[in-house]
Write a protein that binds this ligand. Structure first.
Ligand SMILES: Nc1ncnc2c1ncn2[C@@H]1O[C@H](COP(=O)(O)OP(=O)(O)O)[C@@H](O)[C@H]1O
Ligand SMILES: Cc1ncc(COP(=O)(O)OP(=O)(O)O)c(N)n1
Length: 278
């Protein structure tokens, strides 16, 4: 029997279940990957926003990584909310110690609600300590803007940002276009240091976009854990995310502006068809 691919997420908890560790583990499960988690912070969060954040001690983050990578191991690792510079330092040190090759860094800075998830002074540590270890980094437009220090309004701006961020060390950069205004497509720009690729998908008309970034980065990690090449893992992640967004449109949870997705909506949509044909 083929061993189950293993993926680890190092991220914060979203008590509302839409983003963070919860979205990551749902994505791993939906994509047939054995998921593990190292918590960096707890958030009291729902569809209305983030009400409170509790950052875990860096030593405890290190202990969790040792428990998982010292015993079970991982075929790919994904980072999400890292909260502060001390946690970033510890995570980077452990990625080196365990020689993690397939590392996806989602440079989470704030939630869609606008609430901060990374201390501003920690951005430097993210760039200097973690980016050089990353196989793929996945900034959204706001994060890319903060990383390169200029406004991004067009695809051309996204390409330029991808080029600059690539210079910070990662092998692949995906600048996500989910927040680009006035576009009926949802286009992400991918750069590997030589070539640009555009991942083009229809923009899904839905309020259920909470956790799209976490889901996308976890799906890339799942693909890498299965042994896919980076570009193929990125393409498949985009397809998965678009399909889940489409299938989750009727989902309604909470009273806030952005609802969560239903990661298992695809399986449910297919179930009656399978039963009918079987
Ligand atoms: N309404 C939408 N329809 C289709 N794809 C979307 C939509 N919103 C975001 N995406 C896609 O979701 C992924 C995550 O992007 P984004 O929402 O920008 O990230 P984040 O959640 O980190 O802010 C990207 O592939 C982006 O293109
Ligand atoms: C605990 C936690 N981690 C990350 C995020 C950000 O998630 P993201 O996928 O970028 O989704 P939005 O927050 O932008 O909807 C989070 N909110 N909480």
């Amino acid at each position: 029997m083929k061993p189950l691919p293993r993926a680890l997420t190092i991220a914060g908890s979203d008590s509302g279940g839409g983003a963070g560790i919860q979205a990551d583990l749902k994505t791993f499960g939906a994509l047939g990957v054995y998921g593990m988690s190292v918590l960096t912070a707890l958030t009291a969060q729902n569809t209305r926003g983030v009400q409170a954040v509790f950052e875990l001690p860096p030593d405890f983050v290190a202990a969790q990584i040792d428990s998982v990578l010292g015993d079970i191991g991982a075929d790919a690792v994904k980072t999400g909310m890292l909260a502060n510079a001390a946690i970033i330092e510890v995570v980077a040190e452990k990625m080196r110690e365990y020689r993690v090759e397939r590392l996806v860094v989602d440079p989470v800075m704030r939630a869609k609600s606008g609430d901060p998830l990374l201390r501003p002074e920690a951005q430097e540590a993210l760039i200097r300590r973690l980016f050089p270890l990353a196989m793929v980094v996945t900034p959204n437009l706001h994060e890319a803007r903060a990383l390169v220090g200029r406004e991004l309004r067009s695809r051309e701006d996204m390409r330029e940002a991808a080029r600059i961020i690539h210079g910070m060390g990662p092998r692949w950069v995906v600048v996500k276009g989910g927040h680009l205004e006035g576009d009926d497509r949802s286009v992400d720009v991918v750069f590997d240091g030589r070539d640009f690729y555009e991942l083009d998908a229809p923009r899904v008309d839905t309020v259920n976009t909470h956790g799209t970034g976490c889901t996308f980065a976890s799906a890339i990690a799942a693909g890498l854990a299965k042994g896919l090449a980076p570009l193929e893992a990125i393409r498949q992640a985009k397809e998965y995310l678009t399909a889940v967004l489409q299938a989750s449109r009727a989902f309604k949870l909470g009273g806030g502006a952005y609802g969560p997705m239903d990661h298992f909506a695809l399986g449910k949509a297919e179930a009656p068809a399978r039963a009918a044909s079987g």
